[in-house]
Design a protein around this ligand. Structure first.
Ligand code: PLP
Length: 383
C-alpha cells in the first residue's frame, strides 16, 4: 500500500464531506462553514499592503516577529496570563499550533483526553502524533467534570493508556459553550492529579458574550503545565492569512519550535505584520462582536420555537438538539439542504456524541440568517 496505515485509517472531515454537496450552489444559504463573513478590518489590510509595497516578503525568525510576540504577551494579560515574548511562538494558524503541540509532547500510545463534541482536527492530529485520542462525551451540558475525567482516565489506564494531556476548547466549536472559573479549576485539578499537560485552544476567546474569558493558564501554578493556543482567524476575520500562536513554558515551547522550524519555518510575514495591527484594532473587533451577539440573540430565540437550543456563551455557533424530530443528524442536515436549501453541519462530525444535534454558524449577515432561521422553523414544523 502506497499510503501509510495511519493516514489511510483516518476518517475524512465530516464537514468537508458534507460541503462537497453544496459547492457551486448559489441558491443555498450556508450556516455551515465556521468562517466570519466580515472582511479583514481595513486598517489591517492597509498595513499589509504597505509592507508588501516596501518589499517585506522574507522569512522571519522561526519564533515569529519579535514585535508580534511582545504584543501577544502584553495582550494575554487581559485573559489573566503574565508572560513575556519569550513564551510565545507564532504559528501558521492555530491548526499548526495544535499539531506541533501534540507532536511535541506525545509518546507512542499515550492518551489525550478530548472533551467532545469538539473541533474536527483534535482526534486525527492526536492519532498522527502517535497518541490515543480518548473521547469524553460531555453532553448534554457540554462541560467537563473532574469526577468524569478521573473515571475515564482510570478506565483507559486499565487498558494501558496513560493520559498525557487534556485538549480543551472554550468558547467551544461546535457547542458555543464556554467554561466558568469553576470548570477551569476542575480541569486544572485533574491535570495536577494526573500530572497531565493542558492544551487550551482559546481561538474564540474574544468572541465571549456571557462572561469574561479567562485562560486556564491564569490559575495559580498552571502556567507551567499549559500550552495556550490562540490566533487571528476568527476574532479578526483573518482566516486565509494563516496566523496563530502558542504560549507555553520554555521546555514545551522549544520542543514545539524544533518541529515548527523543520516543517513550517515561519508563519507568512505579511500576515504577522497584519496581526500586529490586529492587536490595535479593538474598535473593529467590538463592532464584529456586537453584531455576533445581535445574531445569536435573534437566531436562538427564533429556533426555540421548534427546537431545544442552549444560548451560546461565545464563538459563532448554535448547537440545537434535533432529537425530538426523530431524524438522525445526517438525515436532518441532508433533508434541510435539499428541501429548504439551508446548509448546516450534522453534529456527529464533531464526535459520536454530537449525534442528535446540528451545528449552525451564525457567521452570515442578518438578512440571510433570518431567511435561514425561517426555513429551519418551517422545515421542522412540517416534519
Ligand atoms: N480551533 C478551533 C476550535 C477552530 O474552530 C478552528 C477553525 O475553525 C481552528 C482551531 C483552526 O484555526 P486556524 O484558522 O487558526 O488554523
Amino acid at each position: 500500500m502506497r499510503v501509510s496505515k495511519s493516514v489511510s485509517s483516518l476518517k475524512p472531515s465530516g464537514i468537508r464531506k458534507f460541503f462537497e454537496l453544496i459547492i457551486g450552489r448559489e441558491d443555498v444559504i450556508s450556516l455551515g462553514v465556521g468562517e466570519p463573513d466580515f472582511p479583514v478590518p481595513w486598517r489591517i489590510r492597509e498595513e499589509m499592503i504597505y509592507s508588501l509595497e516596501r518589499g517585506i516578503t522574507s522569512y522571519t525568525s522561526n519564533y515569529g516577529l519579535y514585535e508580534l510576540r511582545e504584543k501577544i504577551a502584553e495582550y494575554y494579560k487581559k485573559f489573566g496570563v503574565q508572560c513575556s515574548a519569550e513564551s510565545v511562538i507564532v504559528t501558521t494558524g492555530v491548526s499548526e499550533a495544535i499539531d506541533i503541540a501534540l507532536r511535541a509532547i506525545i509518546n507512542p500510545g499515550e492518551g489525550v483526553l478530548i472533551p467532545e463534541p469538539c473541533y474536527v482536527s483534535y482526534s486525527p492530529l492526536t492519532t498522527l502524533a502517535g497518541g490515543v485520542a480518548v473521547s469524553y462525551p460531555t453532553n448534554p451540558e457540554f462541560i467537563p467534570f473532574y469526577e468524569d475525567m478521573l473515571k475515564i482516565s482510570k478506565r483507559v489506564e486499565g487498558e494501558g493508556v496513560k493520559i498525557k494531556a487534556v485538549l480543551i476548547n472554550y468558547p467551544n466549536n461546535p457547542t458555543g459553550v464556554s467554561y466558568s472559573k469553576k470548570t477551569l479549576e476542575e480541569i486544572a485539578d485533574f491535570a495536577v492529579e494526573k500530572d497531565a499537560i493542558v492544551i487550551s485552544d482559546e481561538i474564540y476567546a474574544e468572541l465571549s458574550y456571557s462572561f469574561k474569558h479567562e485562560s486556564i493558564a491564569s490559575i495559580e501554578g498552571m502556567f507551567d503545565r499549559c500550552i495556550v493556543l490562540n490566533g487571528f482567524s476568527k476574532a479578526y476575520a483573518m482566516t486565509g492569512l494563516r496566523v496563530g500562536y502558542a504560549i507555553a513554558p520554555e521546555d514545551l515551547l522549544n520542543a514545539m519550535l524544533k518541529i515548527h522550524q523543520y516543517c513550517m519555518l515561519c508563519a507568512p510575514v505579511i500576515a504577522q505584520i497584519g496581526a500586529i495591527e490586529a492587536l490595535r484594532s479593538e474598535e473593529e473587533l467590538e463592532e464584529m462582536r456586537n453584531e455576533y451577539i445581535r445574531r445569536r440573540n435573534y437566531f436562538v430565540k427564533k429556533l426555540r420555537n421548534v427546537l431545544e437550543v442552549k444560548k451560546p456563551d461565545g464563538a459563532f455557533y448554535a448547537f440545537p438538539s434535533i432529537e425530538g424530530t426523530g431524524l438522525s443528524s445526517e438525515e436532518f442536515a441532508k433533508r434541510l439542504l435539499f428541501e429548504k436549501k439551508v446548509a448546516v453541519v450534522p453534529g456527529n462530525a464533531f464526535g459520536d456524541c454530537g449525534e442528535g444535534y446540528i451545528r449552525c454558524a451564525y457567521a452570515v449577515n442578518m438578512e440571510k440568517l433570518k431567511e435561514a432561521a425561517e426555513r429551519i422553523v418551517e422545515f421542522v414544523e412540517f416534519l
